[in-house]
Design a protein around this ligand. Structure first.
Ligand code: PGA
Length: 248
């Protein structure tokens, strides 16, 4: 069975001091949880502090991006082995905000994925359609293109997490309905099986992201192909993230 996995994406929020407080708050409420996997992805500046706060905790650490080279003249970028050194276990790759504002393409997503895996980390690769694409009936073809391009040539397909994040649901309060999400998740698993085989497809975790809140998590999680959540806004407070993790 796939263990539910809930990851918080703090985006460009939280100073180091605020990040420490949030991490402590989460530990106090979540350290006893063992039947689901939990991770938080603070901004780069707070990774060291949050790693310290989470030492010995059930909550894992993730980053929000990683470059594909191990080192080099890439001002403003961070390499995957550098994140591993800090104690990161996960790296979000190809978030729609990076695709939209920072020129991320399926090709760069693929290169980052390879680098993250080579560093022994687990990529959480984000895919999802825009509202325009959904309304044009292109959801499945967009997902297919992002899957094919992003996962091309991957050697360790079971060591990844996929996050389906419809762009129109991110930060908008407009969550996909559980049925809408399930429809795409099941398609993603089918595509995954075509490339990597049924056994791997049954193991890979597919998270839903886009306005996940304490009051919609249970319904989303009742769907057979939804294995967890990638949570933005509602992960910025210990109480709301805790409620999401402890969905019943
Ligand atoms: P949201 O963000 O929960 O604020 O919609 C999700 C994400 O972008 O990962």
């Amino acid at each position: 069975m796939r263990k539910p996995f809930i990851a918080g994406n703090w985006k460009m929020y939280k100073s180091v001091a605020e990040a420490r407080i949030l991490a402590r708050g989460l530990r106090a409420q979540l350290d006893a949880v063992s039947d689901r996997e939990i991770a938080v992805c603070p901004p780069m500046t707070a990774l060291v502090a949050v790693a310290e706060e989470l030492k010995g905790s059930m909550i894992a650490l993730g980053a929000q991006n990683a470059h594909w080279e191990k080192q080099g003249a890439f001002t403003g970028e961070v390499a995957a082995p550098m994140l591993a050194e800090l104690g990161c276990r996960y790296v979000i790759v190809g978030h729609s905000e990076r695709r939209q504002y920072f020129g991320e393409t399926d090709e760069t997503v693929n290169k980052r994925m390879q680098a993250v895996l080579s560093a022994g980390l687990v990529p959480i690769v984000c895919i999802g359609e825009t509202l325009q694409e959904r309304e044009a009936g292109a959801t499945f073809s967009v997902i297919e293109r992002q899957m094919k391009g992003g996962l091309k040539g991957l050697a360790a397909p079971t060591g990844i997490v996929i996050a389906y994040e419809p762009v129109w649901a991110i930060g908008t309060g407009k969550t996909a309905t559980p049925d809408q999400a399930q429809e795409v998740h099941s398609h993603i698993r089918k595509l995954y099986a075509q490339t990597f085989g049924d056994a791997a497809a049954q193991q890979v975790r597919i998270l839903y992201g886009g306005s996940v809140k304490p009051d919609n998590m249970s319904a989303l999680m009742s769907q057979p192909d939804i294995d967890g959540g990638l949570v933005g806004g509602a992960s910025l407070e210990a109480d709301s993230f805790t409620k999401i993790v402890r969905y019943s």
